[in-house]
Design a protein around this ligand. Sequence first.
Ligand SMILES: Nc1ncnc2c1ncn2[C@@H]1O[C@H](COP(=O)(O)OP(=O)(O)OP(=O)(O)O)[C@@H](O)[C@H]1O
Ligand SMILES: Cc1cn([C@H]2C[C@H](O)[C@@H](COP(=O)(O)O)O2)c(=O)[nH]c1=O
Length: 235
Amino acid sequence: MLKRLEKGVLIALEGIDGAGKTTQARRLFEVLSGMGYDVVRTKEPTDGTWGRKLRESSKTGRLAPEQELELFLKDRREHVSQLITPGLEAGRIILVDRYYFSTVAYQGARGLPTDNLLKANEAFAPPPDVLFLLDISPEEAMRRIHQRGELGNLFEEESSLRAVAKVFAAMNFPYLERLNGMDPPEQVTRRMLDRLFGGVLSTRTLQDGAEVLPKGKDELSNDAVWAALGRVGKR
Ligand SMILES: Nc1ncnc2c1ncn2[C@@H]1O[C@H](COP(=O)(O)OP(=O)(O)OP(=O)(O)O)[C@@H](O)[C@H]1O
Ligand SMILES: Cc1cn([C@H]2C[C@H](O)[C@@H](COP(=O)(O)O)O2)c(=O)[nH]c1=O
C-alpha cells in the first residue's frame, strides 16, 4: 500500500523556461514513489480548458497582460480545487511544475504589479511547503530550448526571459530554496532530497502513525534513495 502522510506536502518547482523543472519533477517523482510514497506530479498551465487556451495563445499571438492573467488564475483555481487541495487532504505529496510564482514572475515582467499578483494568488492557492527555484541564465535557457528542438514560443524570447529572471531573483519566502540549475541533474535531485528529508518530511508522520524516517536522517545516505536515484539515472 502506498505511504500517505498525516498532512500532505506541496512541493513547487519554478524557474525560467528550460531551467530543468520538468526534468527534476520527473526525477523526484521516480525517487519518492520508488520509496513507496503516494506522489502526484502535475503542472501549470494544466491541460484543462483554460490551460489549453493559454498554450494556444503562446503560438498564435500573446494576449494582453490582464487577459492572460485572468486565464492563468482561472486555470489555477480549477487546479487547486480539483487536484491540489484534495491531494493534500488525502496525505499525498504533490509535485507541481510551475505554480503561482510563475504568474508573479511572468505577468509581473509584463508590467502588472507583483505585490497584487501575489495577493491575488495567495487568496485561494495554498502556499507550498517547499519552493525549489532553479536558477539558470537566460542565455543558457535559450540554448536548452533550441537544443531540445524547439524554436521557442512567444513566452520564451530572451529579452522577456531576462525580465522574468529578474523578478524570480528578487523573491524571498521562508519556504524558498534556490538551487543552481547549471549543476548536473543528479546533483540537483540529491540537493532537493536532502532539503526535503532534512526539512519538511522530517516533521511529518505517516497516516499509520509511523515516522517518515524511522531510523533518523542518516538512513538517507545509502538506502532506498540512492537505489531509486540509480534507477532514474539509467533511463
Ligand atoms: N541540470 C541540467 N543540466 C543540463 N541540461 C539540463 C539540466 N536539466 C535539464 N536539462 C535539459 O534542458 C532542457 C530543458 O529541461 P526541462 O524541460 O526539464 O526544463 P523546464 O524548466 O521544464 O522547461 P520549460 O519551462 O520550458 O518546460 C532539456 O533538454 C533537459 O534535458
Ligand atoms: C504557470 C504560468 C506559466 N506562464 C508561462 C511560462 C511558460 O513560458 C509557459 C508555460 O510553458 P511550459 O513550457 O509548459 O512551462 O507559460 C506564465 O506566464 N504564467 C503562469 O502563471
